[in-house]
Design a protein around this ligand. Structure first.
Ligand code: 4AD
Ligand code: MG
Length: 482
């Protein structure tokens, strides 16, 4: 007999004579009521055991975490909370779970820290089941959005020779031995003897390769893992994270902002439409978590309200220069409450500033654009008509409440001479990026794109507060368990 998913049983429109369900026991009450979950939904199906006719031996083995198979009748439930339940006729233990040893005991309310250490088992909790289902639906929504618009999905390399962001935060990839490393005459590591016969690293972004494809296919997007060896031990940074990078030929910065806003609203709407039960559960979790916070730190909106707010309101578009004026005149700046005081134009914005703008000043998602050239990457387009000493680039960052930066993007510098000059100034190897410069040598045109950090999106949609809780097996400084 084929088993039926719990979700389908709970959504049944009639009672059924004989059904088979398989899953893991969440709880077992009164020697009679099993809450069974198989991961297909956050909801458990109640399985009612006829304990008088079930051997004691078997009853003892119905423990939290055990895998079981039940055959029985799907009947209307007399109890509150569910429409249907299974009246069990036959029960088989598929895999025991020692109640003394199974670490995920619902009664103990395991902490998020404890669950992180047990990342392989935390997915057996309601919370992580919900998060991972939402994550999966969001990734489908990402593909859906771009595919419906005719974007081509491009797989850019994971091992690369270039540093796309020029920030030098790369993990080296090498097959050279650590002892007896081959050296050149001047004592440097001789990468000519390495696997790729050159220095390579894990990609920090697929953008540069993506641009070459956009300049042929028109509209492309990537969706893949990226790696950063930045030593940021924060609740917003991972060493391995997934990034979505669309790149569109003939788009300027305004088009780029429109695309990013429309895309984010689409995927959030998709999650709202397809993850109702999970999001409702996560909303409750967030309310619970916030109860332990002082009133002033609690969010003004519940999760679903916050998601709907983002759908229904335009993102506020503000230039860097306007933002600096707002920050300079802000109360926390005057009262020296910011760790980094904003004194003059040109200052890089820290997350405290971004959060002030989004959460206190505008109270909605914000797109900051036209940043000072010298705090942004080399490939961004220099604005025409900028004052000498106050050069700006056509960059944009999208800032979200509770998250900070969720998107970074720009219109690209399409002018060969200007780009080469910028690379020279930053001592970026032209030889190494000669292939990239070909896009500007042959048929160059205005183009623009952005990168959205997928985990930051999942954080926002699930209302979780630590990025380690929205990726199955997080990689952070000092942690690569599993
Ligand atoms: O702003 P970033 O560094 O931009 C780029 O990589 C560009 N090449 C994108 C492009 O224009 N195609 O990163 C983009 C986004 C950030 O806004 C953030 O959401 C996320 O990637 N991100 C991280 N997410 C988790 N952990 C980290 N360490 C992250 N670093 C960036
Ligand atoms: Mg950025």
């Amino acid at each position: 007999m084929k088993h039926t998913k719990v979700r389908d049983l709970l959504n049944s429109t009639t009672t059924l004579q004989e059904v088979n369900a398989k899953g893991w026991v969440r709880t077992f009450r009164n020697n009679q009521f099993i809450a069974l979950n198989d991961g297909s939904t956050i909801n458990n199906i109640q399985c009612v055991v006829d304990f008088e006719n079930t051997p004691d031996e078997t009853l003892k083995r119905i423990t939290t975490g055990a895998a079981i198979s039940v055959i029985g009748t799907l009947i209307e439930s007399k109890g509150a909370g569910q429409k249907y339940e299974i009246q069990v006729n036959k029960l088989e233990i598929l895999g025991d779970s020692d109640a003394e040893k199974f670490p995920i005991q619902p009664k103990n309310k395991p902490s998020l820290d404890f669950l992180r250490e047990n990342a392989h088992l935390r997915v057996r909790t309601n919370m992580f089941g919900a998060i991972m289902r939402v994550r999966s639906v969001l990734s489908f929504a990402v593909h859906n959005y771009f595919q419906r618009k005719g974007f081509v999905y491009v797989n850019t390399p994971i091992i690369t020779g270039s540093d796309a962001e020029g920030a030098g935060e790369m993990f080296k990839v090498t097959a050279l031995p650590f002892d007896n490393t081959p050296r050149t005459e001047d004592g440097k590591v001789n990468y000519k003897e390495d696997f790729f016969e050159k220095e390579t690293n894990l990609t920090v972004s697929g953008q540069l390769e993506g641009e070459t494809y956009a300049m042929a296919l028109g509209q492309i997007y990537t969706f893949g893992p990226t790696f950063r060896a930045e030593n940021s031990n924060t609740s917003r940074h991972l060493a391995e994270f997934w990034m979505i990078e669309p790149e569109v030929a003939f788009n300027n910065l305004d088009d780029n902002m429109d695309l990013a806003e429309d895309f984010i609203q689409y995927v959030i709407k998709y999650a709202l439409d397809h993850c109702q039960d999970d999001l409702k559960f996560l909303e409750g979790r967030l309310l619970d978590e916030e109860k332990s916070k002082p009133q002033a730190e609690r969010s003004e909106m519940a999760l679903l309200e916050k998601l709907n707010f983002v759908l229904e309101n335009n993102f506020k578009r503000v230039s860097y220069t306007e933002a600096i004026d707002i920050l300079r005149d802000s109360t926390p700046n005057k009262k020296k409450k910011f760790q980094y005081i904003i004194n003059e134009w040109g200052a890089d914005l820290q997350s405290e500033h971004e959060r002030y703008l989004v959460e206190k000043h505008f109270k909605c998602p914000v797109i900051l654009f036209d940043y000072p050239a010298n705090i942004k990457a080399f490939y961004m387009r220099l604005n025409d008509n900028t004052e000498p000493g106050r050069e700006t680039v056509r960059a944009m960052d999208i800032l979200f409440p509770g998250i900070g930066e969720i998107v970074g993007g720009s219109e690209r510098e399409e002018r060969y001479d200007v780009l080469v000059e910028k690379m020279k100034a930053l001592e970026i190897d032209e030889e190494e990026l000669s292939w990239y410069l070909d896009t500007r040598r042959f048929g160059s045109a205005t183009h623009a794109g952005f990168g959205l950090g997928f985990e930051r999106l999942v954080l926002f949609v699930t209302g979780m507060t630590n990025i380690r809780d929205v990726i199955p097996f997080p990689r952070t400084p000092g942690n690569a368990e599993f």
